[in-house]
Write a protein that binds this ligand. Structure first.
Ligand code: NAP
Length: 486
């Protein structure tokens, strides 16, 4: 395992949910894998008055809870030696004195400022990093999503961050891009010649991207109510998946070559504005129902959600890409909370045969499909038609399936493990560039404006269903149905 260069990782929001559940356990696993050099340190930063020991006890509990290959006490003791805690307030100017002290004399090491706090603090934290003189030429800043609420607020944050850090020092996280399955999508598309001739209009009928959750808003009601599914999921995760499916082959796997191609896709998305939202989008909100067999309350009864909220917990969109490759191929996007299953998948449906030699009884209505599952399992399935065994000729869909975890028999890196090592190495490929983010907001903002101007309240759906009936009507108007539903 390749050792990383020496670093200080300054984790703002080091006591928060994301840090405890994902980031610190991921760092601990990379430590166990032997990737930490002797000089590496991790320092949690927050406002709380915690001793180093108290902080280490919190992190230990969370690393125990999120251990993947068991918890190793000796390794933990060694990791804890690298773990520190410093108090600072990102919203109060001149509160970084202790952090300055902590980092003094370490200018020769890679310095990573990971901002795992509310995005409203990003500008203030960067201003203080700048005024305290902490940004060195070897520094990087990592920004958790959501980056702003719209193009205007995202631009303001980016301007503050950009005043202290240059673009190659800025790592905007979309943790979906760190998933092994997303990497596999790149391998499938650009490592195999097989699919390329088929990867276009005339061969592909439509594409569906679904990211479904069974969870509700849990403890994050106030945050979610200000955000909604369009900004929380579509603006980043679903659009990034769409880009990887639709992008032209880049000349190299270099970060900017990849990001240039993704940007072209975002810029070619046909705008959905004004009354278009009524035909090309559906927004929904869950009412009481059941999640994984247990009764659950309506969104409006969740803690921290106003009783008259019109925030969407579900979105379906028909996206179109105006390029030679994709003209006329709809990309149906769908995401929501409290849906029937936890599922992330991309389904590519190919054109049907131009003429069937089989009689009506033998035929099947199933066109070929390529299903790339990201969750719950990382798998690739090609659905083809074969003859059903027996006397008569009857075609039936069968699956050629590749379970990636099973095939390689090695533990897959968690998305944050991969992203954190990439950040430390300075590899920007899996992070969003500012122009990509701006282009995504430019496409998203008119949808929200259209909803405000022309759409009624969100369509209600029962928790535990697949969303509002209107999402089915939207796709069936084109003669299709959502994968798994007929
Ligand atoms: P959280 O649980 O509310 O934690 C916030 C952290 O920020 C705490 O450590 C808090 O500690 C610290 N903090 C708050 N105000 C501060 C200030 N003025 N100065 C310095 N530190 C301050 O939030 P989270 O769920 O971890 O989310 C963090 C970020 O990640 C957010 O942008 C969120 O949208 C994003 N995100 C979270 C998840 C997730 O699963 N949780 C997933 C994707 C993205 P003190 O109060 O002690 O200061």
């Amino acid at each position: 395992m390749e050792k990383l260069q020496a670093f200080d990782l300054v984790l703002f929001g080091g006591t928060g949910d994301l840090a405890m559940r994902k980031l610190l356990p991921a760092l601990y696993r990379r430590f166990i894998a032997g990737q930490f050099p002797a000089e590496a340190r991790v320092v949690g930063v927050a406002r709380g008055d915690l001793t180093r020991d108290a902080y280490r006890a919190q992190v230990e509990a969370s690393c125990r809870n999120h251990a993947v290959d068991g918890f190793d006490v000796a390794q933990w003791v060694a990791f804890a030696e690298r773990l520190h805690y410093v108090r600072a307030d990102g919203a109060r100017p001149d509160s970084f004195g202790d952090l300055v002290q902590f980092l003094r004399g370490r200018e020769a090491f890679t310095r990573i400022f990971f901002l795992s706090t509310a995005p409203t603090l990003f500008a203030g934290i960067c201003d203080q990093i700048g005024s305290a003189g902490l940004a060195t030429s070897l520094s990087r800043v990592v920004l958790e999503k959501p980056l702003g609420q719209d193009l205007t607020s995202a631009s303001q944050i980016n301007a503050h961050v950009g005043a202290i850090f240059s673009e190659p020092q800025i790592f905007r996280i979309d943790h979906y891009l760190g998933k092994e399955a997303v990497q596999n999508l790149l391998a499938l598309r650009f490592g195999n010649a097989l699919f390329e001739p088929l990867w276009r209009r005339g061969r592909i009928r439509h594409v569906q991207i679904t990211v479904a959750e069974t969870l509700g808003v849990e403890t994050r009601g106030p945050f979610y109510d200000q955000t909604g599914a369009l900004r929380d999921m579509v603006q980043n995760h679903l659009l990034q998946l769409l880009c990887i499916i639709a992008m032209e082959p880049p000349a190299t796997s270099d970060a900017d070559a990849m990001r240039d191609e993704k940007l072209k896709v975002l810029r070619a998305l046909r705008p959905i504005a004004g009354r278009d939202v009524l035909n090309k989008t559906v927004r929904g909100q869950y009412k009481a129902g059941a999640a994984v067999g247990k009764p659950v309350v309506a969104y409006l009864d969740e803690t921290g959600v106003p009783a008259d909220s019109t925030t969407e917990t579900f979105v379906a969109i028909k996206a179109e890409i105006d390029t030679w490759r994709w003209a006329g191929v709809p990309f149906y996007l769908r995401t929501g909370k409290r849906l029937q299953e936890k599922l992330s998948e991309i389904v590519i449906t190919f054109e049907d045969v131009p003429h069937s030699i089989f009689d009506a009884e033998a035929r099947s209505q199933s066109p070929n499909r390529l299903t790339i599952a990201l969750q719950p399992k990382d798998s690739i399935t090609l659905t083809i038609l074969a003859k059903n065994p027996g006397e008569t000729m009857r075609l039936k869909p069968v699956n050629l399936s590749l379970d990636l975890a099973d095939s390689f028999k090695t533990r897959q890196l968690d998305a944050y493990e991969r992203l954190l090592t990439d950040i430390i190495k300075g590899n920007l490929t899996l992070f969003m560039r500012r122009d990509e983010l701006d282009a995504a907001w430019r496409w998203i903002d008119p949808i929200r404006e259209g909803w405000q101007q022309y759409d009624g309240p969100p369509k209600l759906y029962t928790a535990g269903s697949w969303g509002p009936a209107a999402a089915n009507s939207m796709i069936s108007r084109d003669g299709f149905s959502w994968n798994g539903e007929t």
